[in-house]
Design a protein around this ligand. Structure first.
Ligand SMILES: NC(=O)c1ccc[n+]([C@@H]2O[C@H](COP(=O)([O-])OP(=O)(O)OC[C@H]3O[C@@H](n4cnc5c(N)ncnc54)[C@H](OP(=O)(O)O)[C@@H]3O)[C@@H](O)[C@H]2O)c1
Length: 257
């Protein structure tokens, strides 16, 4: 099968591309910076550049591109960019789009999640048969978050009570590939990690694995979304489908015995 992977240079998309190619399928990458990548077309969801070329000859799209690092571009990339991609996809005869999303976004007032919800709506209302996979947060995202909370020397200050369910991106990618190679489900599928944990305990594991001696403190954040995270809204207890725990991820990454 010929599959266009938007976001094929990203954390999830890289795994999707590798798994597709390992199983004999063609995976073409859409990227703003395709240099150094095999079978990659230069394009930009925000402007529409390169999309027609990227779609030519493809049958399925795995849509894993998102303005994850450019919050101000969320609407233009994730919402209007997805709409543009779908319009061209229909003309190009794409038979299935698998759209990547996030568990629990309909119950949470976090700005990026609102953008993701709007992009889901674009996919559902579009004319290309679809599947939407909602995953919980990837292991490496927790490292990014915890680094962000480590700005004060000697201290790691984490929000109080956030309930999280870290998952290995490669396991999510395996599910995404299975769905991409099957029929459009036109439903949402949740995929979560094996454990639901308090962010503070994730932070303890992370400090231990890195041999860091910071004082760990809890902060109460005065935001509605923070209370929603504490209430477990971004977890999916009925879909603990990933096998690799956060501690196993750390042990592998930091070569712990
Ligand atoms: N990270 C998580 O914990 C997590 C959890 C659940 C769901 N998700 C969802 O899974 C998807 C992938 O997340 P990720 O963490 O793997 O993302 P990521 O590593 O931050 O990568 C983002 C990708 O989007 C592409 N991109 C960004 N702006 C673009 C634009 N204007 N035009 C074309 N491509 C653009 C980038 O490609 P270039 O830079 O090469 O152009 C890059 O490959 C997202 O939809 C995200 O919401 C993520």
């Amino acid at each position: 099968m010929n599959v266009l992977v938007t976001g094929g240079t990203g954390t999830l998309g890289r795994h999707v591309v590798m798994l597709l190619r390992q199983s004999g399928h063609r995976a073409r990458i859409l990227s703003r910076e395709p240099r150094g990548h095999v079978d990659a077309v230069q394009g930009d969801l925000r402007t529409g550049a390169g999309l027609t070329k990227a779609l030519a000859g493809m049958e399925v799209i795995v849509h894993a591109a998102s303005a994850t690092r450019e919050p101000l571009r969320g609407r233009s990339v994730d919402v209007r960019g997805t709409r543009r991609l779908l319009q061209l996809a229909q003309a190009a005869g794409i038979r299935h789009i698998v759209h990547m999303s996030i568990v629990g976004i309909d119950g949470v007032s976090y700005p990026y999640f609102k953008t993701k919800l709007a992009s889901e709506a674009v996919v559902r209302k579009g004319n290309v048969p679809w599947s939407i996979v909602r995953a919980t947060q990837f292991h490496d995202l927790f490292e990014v978050i915890l680094r962000g909370f480590s700005r004060v020397p000697g201290i790691l200050a984490v929000p109080f009570g956030w309930q999280v369910q870290p998952v290995e991106a490669g396991e999510v990618a395996r599910r995404v590939v299975d769905i991409a190679l099957g029929q459009p489900a036109e439903t949402l599928t949740d995929f979560g990690g094996p454990e639901i944990r308090d962010l503070k305990s994730i932070a303890e594991s992370w400090l231990r694995a890195r041999g860091e001696n910071r004082r760990l403190i809890n902060l109460r954040m005065p935001f509605k979304f923070s209370r929603q995270f504490t209430a477990g809204r971004i977890t999916c207890p009925d879909h603990k489908e990933g096998l690799i725990t956060f501690d196993q991820y750390l042990a592998e990454k930091y070569a712990l015995s």
